[in-house]
Design a protein. Structure first.
Length: 216
């Protein structure tokens, strides 16, 4: 930064006059979701490439310094996160004796949506062999899944995971999900057999079964 810019009173400086790295830190301290380089470029009035270079330099600096937080590129944007090795301290502070984790049923349902998306509730229920309507409502309320159109053949609502899901999982994109095939080599055959033997769990369908998962 030039001497002339330094001599300008703080109240009269424009965004473009600010030192880039501290400005990035200030903005990222208040974001509630990962900020894209394009958005930061617009806000801070700098070329996108310059923004990207500065973000990566900051991330490297925090790692070298061994800070308790890190700057990560997640779900297409940048955000501060606490480092995994300090998870116990953070969990103790955030939860403070409260249970905020998803139930096993919710985790299983979320996994089916993540790997089969876009997918209908009836197909998720068929894969798991139990009605998932209540669990799906929980996942929707928590912002982990979202409605994504309808199935052309049946008109059933389709569901996909959200950017918030990627953020919580620490993934840049769905292509970073672990490969499922090695663990479930017969998954397709099992699903096909289940779909044939389990009736529809569509709550709007006539004679829909009452069985369902117990969930919060």
């Amino acid at each position: 930064m030039s001497e002339e810019t330094t001599d300008v009173p703080a109240g009269l400086r424009t965004v473009a006059d600010l030192e880039l790295k501290p400005a990035l830190e200030a903005v990222l301290m208040v974001v509630d979701e990962p900020a894209t380089e394009e958005h930061l470029s617009k806000i801070l009035q700098r070329p996108r490439r310059q923004i990207g270079d500065a973000l990566r330099e900051l991330a490297d600096e925090y790692t070298v310094q061994g800070r308790g937080f890190e700057l990560r590129l997640i779900a297409g944007g940048w955000r501060f996160y606490s480092r995994p090795e300090f998870a116990a301290a953070v969990e103790g502070f955030v939860l403070d004796g409260q249970q905020a984790r998803l139930t096993q049923a919710a985790l299983e349902t979320l996994a089916v949506v993540a790997y089969r998306q876009p997918v209908s509730r009836s197909r998720v229920s068929a894969v798991r062999g139990v009605n998932c309507d209540g669990v799906m409502r929980t996942l929707l309320q928590r912002g982990l899944v979202q409605e994504a159109g309808t199935e052309p053949e049946t008109g059933a609502i389709l569901y996909t995971t959200t950017n918030y899901f990627l953020e919580r999982m620490g993934l840049r994109g769905l292509d970073e999900l672990p490969e499922l095939a090695p663990f479930l080599p017969e998954a397709e055959a099992i699903e096909a057999e289940t779909l044939e033997g389990v009736p529809s769990f569509d709550p709007d369908a006539p004679d829909a079964p009452d069985g369902h998962d117990a969930d919060d």
